[in-house]
Design a protein around this ligand. Sequence first.
Ligand SMILES: Cc1ncc(COP(=O)(O)O)c(C=O)c1O
Length: 397
Amino acid sequence: MRSIGRAPIFIERGEGPYIWDVDGNRYVDWVSSWGPLILGHADPLVVEAVRAAAGRGTSYGAPTAGEVELATEVSARFASVEMIRMTSSGTEATMSALRLARAATGRTTILKFAGAYHGHVDGLLAEGGSGLATAGVPASPGVTEAQASDTVIVPWNDRDAVTQAIARGRPAAVIAEPIPANMGVVPPDPGFLESLRDATAEAGSLLILDEVITGFRISRGGAQELLGVEADLTVMGKVIGGGLPAAAYGGSRELMERIAPAGEVYQAGTLSGNPLAVAAGLATLRKLDGPAYVGIESVTTRLATGLRRAAGDLPVQVSSVPGLLTVFFSPDPVRDFAGAQACDTAAYGRFCRAMLDRGVYPPASQFEAWFPSLAHDEEAIERTIAAAAEAFGEAIG
Ligand SMILES: Cc1ncc(COP(=O)(O)O)c(C=O)c1O
C-alpha cells in the first residue's frame, strides 16, 4: 500500500468474493490472499473441513491418512510427480527443492529468471519480482556474497541467452515460474519452455518448475498440463493449502527417495503436513474438477475482456491466462522484467487508489497478479469493470 501512496487496509472478514475492512467498507477482493483462495473467502466446505479436523486435534507430528490422500490427488494431476514432500510454505519448498537438485547433480549453481519470485530463499532474492520489485530493491541485505554468487540471473523469454547460459554454466538446476506472475503475468513465448526443457536435459541440469501460483489454478495439472512441458521437480503451494499453510515439492520416485529418511538429503518441519492445512487443501482440490476450471477460465476472460474495454484506447495491456491477470500501464505487451519495470507504475498506483475508493481491491502493485476465484460472480465482475472505466481515466487522464 505504501507503493501506491495509501495507508494499509486492515481486514475484518471475508465472504465469497468480498472482504470488509475494520471501518466497515466492503471491497471486491481480487487478491484472494495472493492466490490460495480459488473458492473465495470462507467457502462453507473448507470451513467445515477445518472445523472437523481441529476437533480431532491440531497436530500430531506423525503421518495421517489425509497426507496420503493429498499426495494421491497431486500425483493424479501432475504426470511428472510420483512422490511429494509437504512443507508449510512455498519458500521452504523451493529451498528444499534446490538442496535436492544440488545433491542429485553434485553441482552448485542455480539459474533463475529476472523478475521471478520463489519465496525469500537467500540465494533466490536477486532481481526478484513481487515485493522486491514493488520496493525497487535489486536484492536483500543479509544475503552473503557466497549465496548470491551461486545464482545466475537470466532474462525471461530470451531463448538464446538462456540456452547459452545453461550450456556454459551446467547449473544444478534451472528454476522457473512456468508462467511468471510475480513481475505481473508474463507468459512464456511459444517454444520457450520447451527450449528450457531441452537445454537442461542436455546439460544434465534439473528443471524445477515453481507452480506455487500456477499449480491447481490455471488448469487441473497446472502449467505443465496447460503448456505440455514436464519438470524434474515441481514446487506447489497456495491452492494446495486452501488458505492454510501448506506447500510441497515433488518429482520422480528416484529423485524424491533421496530425501531423508529414505535418503540422505535432510529436510524436515514440525508442522509439515499439518492436518488442518491438509483438510483445507483436500476440500479445495475436491471441488476443483473439470467444470470448475471452465468456471475459472470464464471469470478470468470476462474480467480481462471488460478491463480491456474499459481501458479503450489508453496505453494499457491486460495480460491474462486462465486464473491470472495483470494490468500493465504500457503501450506495448510486456515480455520480460525489463518491460515490466518500464511500465508507468505511478499510473498503476493512481488506478489502484481509484479502484479502492470505488470498493474494488486489486493488488496494490503492478508486479503481482490478480487472482480470480470461483466466488467472483457476475455482480463482482461488473462492479469491477464499472469502477475500472472511471479509474483508468483518473490514472491517465
Ligand atoms: C511462485 C512463487 N513461489 C514461491 C513463493 C513463496 O511461497 P510462500 O509465500 O508460501 O513462502 C511464492 C509466494 O508468493 C510464489 O509466488
